[in-house]
Design a binder for this molecule. Structure first.
Ligand code: HAM
Length: 425
């Protein structure tokens, strides 16, 4: 009887969650390494927090009526029935860690950065994913507008460093618990006169989260809010002064910016300064970085009454913006092509010595012909090749070929490591 062949179905990744493959990962490493270098110049240290947190942390910080908490969180119960959530952003976990570990006792000003995956159940599209990666920074302990400008200067410097200049910085002030309620009420009163123009979602949320209506992409809502009251006209004197200082310091540091009084943020913890770095290269997902002040957050999470400010950069969006300027993988510095069993074993030992000495070395493991090995050396872009056969093993010397100009030199196998280190500088 013929056996029926069982077709094994392969398993794919979860929708909106992507692999980062060799050939792409080099750009990621460049973006991450550049961040480490720039952030450390400004005195920031890395902090790593767990990926799941208690769900309550995000409800209390991001806000119960935000899109993130209402619809986008990856929330599940563990085996002890604790409600856990995969972090949708980094600020709340970092503040939780700051409070729990009393980082303010180490230094009155904490400058922290983090990088890693975040999770939001959004509709995936170009630049928007369900697992995405942020590079973020947070400063806790400073109210002075100098730190707002410094954080923005660092963000600017980072973009200069990674070679992305086609972005524009938009800044706004959202006021504080003293002046925001007045603005909120003025906005609700205004929206009430135009309810019939708003989309269903905005009709539902205009009372709970009126500021989000300003951000709605539906054309009717945009028309309805065209003449909406401006938050900047409702700032209390101290918020007005603070925003004035932020702008003054940005000018002093020659950081270009535009004020966008309609910019609101999708997280409730913001007060005063908020900002976005936007591009016109990514369609509707136009924010490559965003952030702002969250002066009441640490206290509302049970910590000391300390102000805070920070931002997060979306790494996938940076990679998209780098487009065809992706960073190439590091090529082997030497490819050893071996003919025959004995030469292959010798090549294997030599390769190991070279790698230990810091030379990127590659060889064939598949018993391929010399021609096929040389093809692979070429494909990998090896700087040098060395051909090892019976004759070379006997004489103890071989031809080292420079692949860029095809010049050849005879090298002694015993001093191969030293010769290569010298040639590679
Ligand atoms: P956010 O605006 O929600 O702010 O996200 C910051 C950045 O993360 C966005 O500008 C975007 O580049 C990227 N991003 C957000 N969602 C996605 C997604 N689904 N797919 C791809 N990229 C995405 C925050 O998360 C705040 N915690 C920032 C902050 C830090 N504020 C103060 N400190």
């Amino acid at each position: 009887m013929m056996k029926e062949k069982v077709r094994i179905v392969s398993i794919t990744a979860i929708k909106g969650m992507n692999d980062i493959l060799p050939g792409e990962v080099e750009t990621w490493q460049f973006l991450e390494q550049s961040a480490r270098e720039v952030f450390s110049l400004y005195g920031f240290s890395e902090i790593r927090t767990p990926i799941p947190e208690k769900t309550e942390l995000f409800c209390r910080s991001i806000g119960e009526t935000t899109d993130i908490v209402e619809k986008e969180m990856y929330t599940f119960s563990d085996k002890s029935e604790n409600s856990l959530t995969l972090r949708p952003e980094g600020t709340a976990p970092v503040m939780r860690a700051f409070i729990q570990n009393r980082l303010n006792n180490l230094d009155p000003v904490s400058k922290l950065y983090y990088m890693g995956p975040m999770f939001r159940y959004e509709r995936p599209q170009k630049g928007r994913y369900r697992q995405f990666h942020q590079l973020g920074v947070e400063v806790v302990g400073v109210e002075d507008a100098k730190i707002d400008a410094q954080v923005l200067a660092m963000l600017h410097q980072y973009f200069v460093r990674i070679g992305i200049t086609s972005v524009s910085l938009q800044v706004n002030s959202l006021g504080c618990p003293q002046c925001r309620p007045g603005y909120r009420q003025a906005l609700i009163t205004y929206l009430e006169t135009r309810l019939d123009m708003l989309c269903g979602e905005c009709q539902r949320r205009y009372q709970t989260n009126p500021l989000r209506v300003l951000d709605c992409k539906v054309p009717g809502c945009q028309t309805a809010t065209a003449d909406a009251p401006s938050v900047l006209d409702h700032l209390c004197p101290s918020c007005h002064d603070h925003f004035g200082q932020v702008k003054k310091y940005l000018q002093a540091l020659e950081i270009p910016f535009v004020v966008n009084a309609r910019m609101v943020r999708g997280l409730d913890y913001y007060v005063r300064t908020t900002f976005e770095l936007v591009t016109d290269q990514l369609g509707s997902q136009n924010a490559v970085a965003a952030g702002g002040r969250y002066d009441g957050l640490v206290e509302s999470l049970g910590g000391p009454a300390l102000p805070g400010i920070g931002f997060a950069v979306g790494l996938e969006r940076l990679v998209l913006m780098k487009g065809d300027q992706q960073v190439a993988p590091a090529a082997p510095q030497l490819f050893i092509a071996a003919m025959g069993q004995e030469a292959s074993e010798q090549a294997f030992v030599l390769m190991s010595q070279l790698q230990a000495a810091g030379v990127r070395t590659e060889m064939d493991y598949l018993g391929k012909s010399l021609k096929a090995q040389m093809r692979r050396a070429n494909k990998l872009n090896a700087e040098y090749t060395l051909i090892l056969g019976e004759e070379e093993l006997q004489s103890g010397q071989a031809q080292l070929k420079n692949m860029s100009d095809s010049s050849q030199t005879t090298v002694m196998l015993e001093s191969l490591v030293a010769t290569l280190l010298e040639k590679l500088g």
